[in-house]
Design a protein around this ligand. Structure first.
Ligand code: UDH
Length: 270
């Protein structure tokens, strides 16, 4: 497929006021997909094998909105892609970064993905020129979120949506497994990247616009004050704590038309 897909439209209208049903979304955006939320263009060979990894628990409405907007955009970008929803089993403390590690490991078992996009479930891109593919360095995609007045909240911010090649991800030993509860894991990932001598790529602030679905802080994902202390130790912990020592138990893998659902026990403290 060409480097610059010709079917991109630029700015997208994103509206969360309409409530959507799964069957309607399947009807509206599911037609070109294969089970598991898989797609590859038929008329050309895609240059990008991309797994989209979504850390997840109990955000059904958000997932509907995201998939409704994301699938058509990824199809227009002519990617060979699959969407993986990594659901944390049980009621234990949430761990976003560990779920993303699981997503990497499980998606890599399934197909020869070269690029991994890690995306929060509540961030919907507002411009389809924001390419969900990988670059020479790790890329931070969600640079202009409405909640932060379409600005980076701070210059080293790496939260929300990011893209790493398999090689970039393995170079930093993946993400930390030890950040339970809210906060810090995205800054740890940023430091891993910098400490391994890579720099961060970003789209501009027009292309990188996102709309965040408003929500309250979830249960069992309270701010964990220990996480900010851990950040001072990243340089010591990063080569031990990550994809190398990842352990988890897959409880279920289910293929919906719109996504692959992986329910996983990540041995959370209760
Ligand atoms: N997530 C879930 N379920 C949870 C917790 C987190 O699916 O119970 C996932 C989801 O993909 C989410 C991501 O983890 O988008 C990040 O969690 P978050 O949305 O809580 O993080 P964010 O930085 O927090 O968006 C905004 C909290 C708003 C509280 C404002 C209080 N003033």
């Amino acid at each position: 497929c060409p480097d610059n897909p010709s079917s991109l439209v630029g700015p997208l209208k994103v509206d969360f006021h309409r409530s959507r049903t799964w069957s309607n979304i399947r009807k509206e955006v599911g037609a070109p997909l294969q089970d598991g939320g898989r797609y590859m263009p038929r008329d050309c060979l895609s240059q990008h094998k991309v797994a989209i990894i979504i850390p997840y628990r109990n955000r059904h409405e958000h997932l509907k909105h995201l998939l409704f907007y994301l699938h058509p955009m990824l199809v227009r970008q002519q990617l060979d892609y699959g969407i993986y929803v990594i659901n944390q089993d049980g009621e234990g403390v949430f761990n976003r970064a560990k779920l993303m590690n699981v997503g990497f490991a499980e998606a890599a078992k399934e197909y020869d993905y070269e690029c991994f996009i890690f995306s929060d479930v509540d961030l919907v891109p507002m411009d389809d020129r924001n390419l969900y593919r990988c670059f020479e360095g790790p890329r931070h995609l969600s640079v202009a979120i409405d909640k932060f007045n379409f600005k980076l909240p701070y210059s080293s911010y790496f939260g929300g949506v990011s893209a790493l090649t398999k090689e970039q991800f393995l170079t930093i030993n993946g993400f930390p497994n030890t950040y339970w509860g809210w906060g810090g894991e995205d800054d740890d990932i940023y430091q891993r990247i910098i400490f391994h001598g890579m720099s961060i790529f970003r789209p501009d602030h027009i292309t990188g616009k996102y709309k965040m679905i408003q929500h309250q802080r979830d249960k069992h994902n309270e701010v964990n004050p220990k996480n900010s202390e851990k950040l001072t130790q990243t340089h010591l912990s990063m080569d031990k704590d990550g994809i190398k020592n990842l352990n988890y138990t897959v409880k279920e893998i289910a293929k919906d038309r719109l996504y692959t659902f992986i329910n996983v026990d990540i041995h959370a403290p209760v």
